[in-house]
Design a protein around this ligand. Structure first.
Ligand code: FPP
Ligand code: MG
Length: 328
């Protein structure tokens, strides 16, 4: 077992049985008799990743004393929606590598990748209609529209160096934190009721997801594709002005600002992320972004200290640490 899988196994130990059930549901749902589709679902099945969002459903359920026989299904539904968003996101970003494998849009093409994302999304919602409560479908359909709004706004604000931190966080929150937050709320509340703890977990998930996205944006600038296991440097390439760049741009002189804009927009630049680091000192922006992520992590830890002590609560607290160190 690699160090990474050992960490995950330890963190997810309090919900080991639920995770095994969740994986069985996922496998059943990814099964498809068409050979063409099966090749693709096998491919995304192999790049299954951390399954962190599914684990959050189960851990938040355990930590708030709310577990049902249907939690594993809810966790699988959340994970399938996450998979669908990744398949679509890689098309939008023109990404090549995800979880150390070729993205669906690379291995096949954009057309089938759009359809595979739709297929996964439809399967997720099909499964949610078999649940005894409508809470999961309702919350996840609201969440998916939020995700889409976040992606649309991100796209319309490309190359916008006047973006405020609040706008950046609203967009990053919508595209990433919303699914974290829904996963945590569903864990704590499904099939219904339990509103106070549900609200607490929803906020916990939001701060955690936002911190995750900020750190993701830091790493996109500082790490290589090899280190990340997914395409690096795509934010600059795609015109996304992320938090570290916003911070640097805000305090730069006009000459440096013009150089930054040029790196984003001039034709024929090979490796824009590397070039960006040459025309300005990214250090202060990267550090300020990490400070913001750490503040969010501190806030989300604070939220769950009031829960009764349990192995699941300890695991949630550890997850927040691993996300800060980005060992997850
Ligand atoms: C990752 O951002 C993107 C997301 C977390 C959300 C993507 C959502 C969509 C494309 C909408 C999908 C809609 C349906 C109906 C399935 P990123 O590019 O910053 O992260 P990355 O580094 O992992 O690529
Ligand atoms: Mg992406």
């Amino acid at each position: 077992m690699s160090e990474h899988s050992e960490i995950l196994a330890r963190l997810f130990a309090p919900v080991e049985g639920g995770m095994a059930r969740m994986r069985r549901v996922l496998e059943e749902q990814l099964h498809e008799s068409s050979d063409a589709v099966r090749d693709m679902t096998d491919h995304v099945g192999r790049f299954r990743g951390k399954q962190l969002r599914a684990a959050l459903v189960l851990l938040c359920g355990e930590a708030s004393g709310n577990t049902t026989d249907e939690h594993a299904k809810v966790a699988a539904i959340v994970e399938m929606i996450h998979l669908a968003t990744l398949v679509h996101d890689d098309i939008l970003d023109g990404a090549e590598v995800r979880r150390r494998m070729a993205c669906v849009n690379q291995r096949w093409n954009n057309q089938v990748a759009v359809l595979l994302g739709d297929f996964l999304y439809a399967r997720a919602f099909g499964l949610s209609t078999t649940l005894s409560s409508g809470l999961c479908s309702r919350l996840l359909s609201e969440t998916t529209s939020k995700l889409c709004v976040g992606e649309i706004e991100q796209s319309t604000r490309r190359y916008d160096f006047e973006l405020s931190q609040a706008d950046y966080e609203r967009i990053a929150g919508a595209k990433t934190a919303s699914l974290y937050s829904a996963a945590c709320e569903l864990g704590a509340r499904y099939p219904g009721g339990n509103e106070r703890v549900g609200e607490l977990m929803r906020c916990f998930g939001w701060d955690l997801g936002l911190a995750f996205q900020i750190i993701d944006d830091v790493l996109d600038l500082t790490e290589t594709t090899e280190q990340l296991g997914k395409s690096a440097g795509t934010d600059v390439e795609d015109g996304k002005v992320t938090l570290p760049v916003l911070f640097v741009y805000r305090s730069a002189d006009e000459g440096t600002r013009a150089a930054i804009r040029d790196v984003y927009t001039a034709a024929g630049i090979e490796d824009r992320a590397r070039k960006l680091a040459e025309v300005c000192d990214l250090g202060p922006g990267l550090r300020a972004a990490m400070r913001r992520a750490k503040d969010l992590i501190a806030a989300c830890r604070e939220r769950i200290v009031s829960l009764e002590e349990s192995p699941a609560r300890t695991a949630l607290l550890e997850i927040t640490e691993f996300i800060t160190e980005r060992r997850l």
